[in-house]
Design a protein around this ligand. Structure first.
Ligand code: G3P
Ligand code: CA
Length: 297
């Protein structure tokens, strides 16, 4: 056999081996062409190559909610997002707290809106959870945005009880603009149970995706109707319901309306598996480890 012909044979075998390797390992020869977009499976279910694992109030099963310790834990556990609740101090600072009073999660008492930032910062927001976290502080939104810039984690901001804080939508939008976080790309999502507030934020900052939180109590009688979804789809990118409202049929209808669905709050394996089977785009969980199995499927 001539050298040239032998070379052609070798090249042919090499090509065949590469094709076989690709088929056997499922690897695309060109990583650029490996799709990450949702696609239809044979069964007709949408396949999500990127399941969004959202740490609720930070990894709040492991560290005190809405503190830097809980957010650090979410980063350490490689969650995609952490969720936080934003409210406003008496002197106008955006601070992170779930309840509208500090009573449950600090050593103080009183409404968030009646305490100054100095008073809020003097509180211990960690001891109620464990002595290990004694002295943990209530964070501001600003210090949180600054701390996690460049870490790769994204942030789901909930406007908590915004009717108590007139103008908070504009204030959050201004803060995001100041931090150059007002561009699309899902680095930040803003959500609320108060859908008027979500719409106000959306009008002020249409470049940042928004979500509607859907509570069990408000929707348990009717479920989430197509009329609801038509209305949400006019401004929202995410529909985030209580997990008890979610089944495969709702997931299908949310997708049909061009939105994603991130149910809350997952605290056990059974719920995590059920929601994943229903085809959700991710979930909001106190325990980011519950998202791992799904994450890597
Ligand atoms: O992000 C969803 C979840 O945070 C909504 O419920 O009461 O924990 O703020 P809640
Ligand atoms: Ca929340």
């Amino acid at each position: 056999m001539s050298r040239r012909k032998h070379g052609r044979w070798t090249a042919g075998w090499l090509m065949l081996a590469l094709v076989a390797l690709t088929v056997l390992t499922g690897m695309s020869p060109n990583p650029e062409t490996a799709t990450t977009a949702p696609s239809e499976s044979e069964s007709g279910n949408i396949q999500h190559s990127k399941f969004l694992n959202v740490a609720h109030r930070g990894a709040s099963g492991h560290a005190p909610e809405n503190t830097l310790a809980a957010f650090d834990k979410a980063v350490e556990m490689k969650a995609d997002y952490f969720e936080l609740d934003v409210q406003r101090s008496k002197d106008g600072h955006l601070v992170l707290m779930h309840d509208t009073t500090v009573d449950r999660t600090t050593d103080g008492t009183g409404a968030v809106k009646d305490l100054t930032l100095t008073e809020l910062k003097a509180l211990d927001a960690g001891s109620w959870f464990s002595d290990k976290y004694a002295g943990e502080k209530i964070p501001t939104l600003e210090e949180t945005l600054d701390r996690y810039r460049g870490t790769g984690i994204k942030i789901l901001i909930e406007l908590k009880s915004p009717s108590l804080y007139p103008g908070i939508e504009q204030q959050v939008a201004d803060m995001l603009a100041e931090k150059n976080l007002d561009n699309r790309g899902d680095k930040i999502i803003v959500q609320s149970f108060d859908h008027d507030s979500v719409q106000r934020f959306h009008r002020q900052m249409p470049s940042v995706p928004v979500g509607v939180l859907v509570s069990y109590t408000a929707y348990k009688e009717t479920g989430v109707t197509d009329d609801d979804l038509d209305s949400f789809a006019g401004y929202a990118d995410y529909v985030n319901p209580n997990k008890a409202l979610v089944d495969a049929e709702l997931v299908r209808r949310v997708h049909q309306h061009g939105m994603k669905i991130l149910p809350y709050t997952v605290r056990d394996r059974e719920a995590a598996d059920r929601l994943f089977e229903a085809g959700v785009d991710g979930f909001i969980t106190d325990y980011p480890e519950l998202g791992y199995t799904h994450h890597h499927k």
